[in-house]
Design a protein around this ligand. Structure first.
Ligand code: Z5A
Length: 216
């Protein structure tokens, strides 16, 4: 009998939206439902991709050109897709990933004002036939998310950006969610942890039900 391809779920959001927090809850929930699942993140997820992540997040005197930033993001993604995501999906495992290409549309196309074209071009090269089956976008107002993220200590290179940058990122995500409402579900992440957790698991439940009915 042919092995059924695993499902690819991504979690997106601006700074301090709670992605990492809720991603681990999602993985525990899926395991309890009998799903064989791995969790991973971008940029990163392999040794080489994690090294590229360090390059992307480190603060240094030389500023990173937006195109360099975009190419580094996709270099990490190429390695991650080839070594982790595709092999897992191919043997029927589910993959839950903290950020994927929607983040490039939000941060590079919208935030850095590069426009969608270079992102679409690179996505076509790196993962032409791979798209998340479900994306949960955790939406939180910029100031609230930044306050959460910055309370953790020294900001990384992205967290040093200005509020208008993060407002563009948020608008970028909202536009993506509006364009693909079947795939990308917006969760109000401004409430307390329990509130957001319940919303996240409710969205996951809907997907699981569709999957079990052969509709996802
Ligand atoms: N990047 C990019 O530019 N292009 C790309 O294509 C990709 C990425 C893939 C690293 O990503 C950077 O890479 C990212 C964009 C860029 N920019 N930055 N910085 P990352 O996902 O690893 O980093 P992050 O966005 O900074 O993650 P984060 O700040 O850790 O956010 P989070 O995972 O969404 O939040 P969290 O760690 O779960 O929670 C943060 C804190 O808030 C923590 O203390 C929680 O306990 C607290 N929290 C969370 N939710 C709540 C609620 N509901 N109430 C109260 N407190 C809460």
């Amino acid at each position: 009998m042919a092995i059924q391809r695993g499902r690819f779920i991504t979690v997106e959001g601006g700074e301090g939206a709670g992605k990492s927090t809720h991603l681990s809850t999602m993985v525990d929930y899926l395991r309890a439902e009998g799903i064989d699942v791995i969790s991973t993140r971008e940029p990163g997820g392999t040794g080489v991709a994690e090294a590229i992540r360090e390059l992307l997040l480190a603060r240094r005197d030389e500023s990173l050109d937006p195109l360099t930033e975009l190419l580094l993001v996709f270099a990490a993604r190429a390695q991650h897709v080839a070594r982790v995501i595709r092999p897992a999906l191919a043997v029927g495992r589910w993959v839950v990933c903290d950020r994927f290409t929607d983040a490039s549309y939000a941060y590079q196309a919208a935030g850095r004002q590069m426009g969608p074209h270079p992102v679409t071009l690179l996505a076509g090269l790196v993962h032409p036939d791979l798209k998340p089956d479900l994306t949960l976008y955790l939406d939180v107002p910029t100031a609230q998310g930044l306050a959460r993220a910055r309370s953790r200590g020294r900001p990384d290179r992205f967290e040093e950006e200005t509020d208008p940058f993060f407002d563009r990122v948020r608008q970028g995500y909202l536009d993506l969610a509006a364009a693909e409402p079947d795939r990308m579900k917006t969760v109000n992440a401004a409430g307390d942890l329990e509130y957001v957790r319940n919303k996240v698991l409710a969205a996951l439940d809907v997907f699981l039900a569709q999957y079990r009915q052969g509709r996802a």
